[in-house]
Design a protein around this ligand. Structure first.
Ligand code: SF4
Length: 57
């Protein structure tokens, strides 16, 4: 299991970081990245909330 953010698709809206800050953070490029591979319930929420479906696991 690996949580991934597709950097090509991510529009940098920040929703995943708001929803699941233990797993996602914004990087300097303005895109989200995975900072910790933790299979928390909020990962599922972030996947559902991402407007461009950039998160997978
Ligand atoms: S919710 Fe999706 S589009 Fe928004 S920052 Fe996270 S990965 Fe990128």
């Amino acid at each position: 299991m690996a949580i991934k953010v597709n950097k090509k698709t991510c529009i940098g809206c920040g929703a995943c970081v708001q929803t699941c800050p233990e797993v996602f953070e914004m990087e300097d490029s303005g895109k989200a990245k995975v900072k910790a591979q933790k299979d928390l319930p909020c990962v599922k929420s972030a996947i559902e909330e991402c407007p461009v479906d950039a998160i997978s696991k």
